[in-house]
Design a protein around this ligand. Structure first.
Ligand code: ZN
Length: 171
């Protein structure tokens, strides 16, 4: 398995709309394994293929404390959503920033599993929020898009400054 590089805001590649997965094969399963390794190492609770610069409709998630509840959703589609959850969200592509975002608290979602089989699941609370956050990535959307323009541009400037400083310190 390989740890993949995670794109960071405001990288324009994060704005790409992902294309449906046509074939679920060993190459895709290898990518899924790499995405889990990358997510667990970060550490994070979810990762969309978009974040590792692969523009396919695929996400992985595991919100359990023991990292024992991995989910793979290929071509996910929300069938139902209800309730309201306001959660302080972070994102591996926006490191160091956490802000409250409002989403549905309960979802029913259809997707292909890692064998390419059509399946459905219900999710609540943190898992539901996580899946909605990752599905946004597949549309080229980030959690900072729910914040005010002023807040988003402050985060962008600080991240750009941090990156410039890192570049100077390794030069
Ligand atoms: Zn994210």
């Amino acid at each position: 398995m390989t740890k993949l590089r995670i794109l960071e805001f405001p990288d324009p590649r994060l704005r790409t709309k992902a294309a449906p997965v046509e074939v679920v094969d060993d190459a895709l399963r290898a990518l899924i394994d790499d995405m889990f390794e990358t997510m667990y190492a970060a550490p994070g609770i979810g990762l969309a293929a978009t974040q590792v610069d692969v523009h396919k409709r695929l996400l992985v998630a595991d919100v359990s404390a023991e990292k024992t509840d991995p989910h793979v959703l290929i071509n996910p589609r929300i069938l139902e959503k209800d309730g309201v959850a306001v959660t302080e969200e972070g994102c591996l592509s926006v490191p160091g920033y956490y802000e409250e975002v409002e989403r549905a608290n309960h979802i029913r979602v259809a997707f292909l599993d890692r064998d390419g089989k059509e399946t459905e699941m219900e999710a609540e609370g943190l898992l539901a929020v996580c899946i909605q956050h990752e599905m946004d990535h597949l549309e080229g959307k980030l959690f900072v898009d729910y914040l005010s323009e002023a807040k988003r541009s402050r985060i962008r400037k600080r991240l750009e400054r941090d990156r410039r400083q890192q570049a100077v310190s390794v030069a």
